[in-house]
Design a protein around this ligand. Structure first.
Ligand code: FES
Length: 218
């Protein structure tokens, strides 16, 4: 008799070949401004490692049309010199790339261990109630999308919520509705940001006035 628990084989729907393909979308190419940004960024890498610019290239494409269609991925593949399948592998790996339209503000709630232990599930519930949508949904006005994601890399400041590219650290469940209300009234001005950026700015300000902060060892 085995003491190992019986392990079911993964259902067929989890097989990679069953994943949803991105919509083709209309013709896509970078705007002249984005093409110039890409051309500059790719010079940061050796010519034979052009593929290293893939994340920057994808962010440019996503910023340009809001999400990544198959046509956009094909354009990125041409730009960096790889196959569209390789680009799609990267897009489907990272949760910050979207293959369907999302709201103006994407609310990413970390659900990994540190955040889970400090109430991330309740944060999600409060955000969900404030927005009237469930995780994975976008509100009818196209303003907010709510998603649960894995570790955002700020575990010592859990629970962490990222709105677009900005962190909100130590967000208590009771503060969640206020965060949404603030974004509704103030837009991006409501973003609190990462404490490291704030400390860096404060340090730069102190150095600029000749006032050396406690943490400044130089
Ligand atoms: S576990 Fe939430 S940021 Fe790492």
């Amino acid at each position: 008799m085995s003491f190992h628990p019986r392990m079911e084989y993964a259902p067929a729907k989890f097989h990679k070949s069953e994943r949803t393909l991105a919509e083709q979308g209309g013709d896509f190419k970078y705007t002249p401004e984005n093409q110039a940004k890409f051309d500059e960024n790719v010079t940061h890498y050796p010519p034979e490692q052009r593929k290293s610019a893939i994340l920057f290239a994808l962010y440019l494409a996503q910023g340009q049309q809001g999400y990544l269609t198959a046509a956009a991925m094909q354009h990125v593949a041409q730009q960096i010199g790889c196959t569209a399948a390789e680009v799609e592998d990267v897009v489907t790996y990272y949760t910050m790339f979207y293959r369907t339209p999302v709201g103006k503000y994407v609310i990413n709630v970390c659900r990994t261990l540190s955040c889970a232990l400090l109430g991330a599930e309740r944060v999600t519930e409060e955000l969900s109630a404030a927005l009237g949508i469930k995780p994975g949904e976008t509100d009818p006005t196209g303003t907010f999308t709510l998603v649960e994601v894995e570790c955002l890399g700020a575990c010592d400041r859990a629970p962490v919520v990222m709105v677009n590219d900005e962190w909100h650290e130590r967000l208590a469940p009771e503060q969640s509705a206020k965060l949404i209300a603030d974004i509704r009234t103030k837009g991006a001005a409501a973003f609190t940001g990462c404490h490291l950026n704030k400390e860096a700015q404060q340090g730069a300000g102190a150095r600029g006035t000749g006032d050396r902060g406690k943490g400044d060892r130089t």
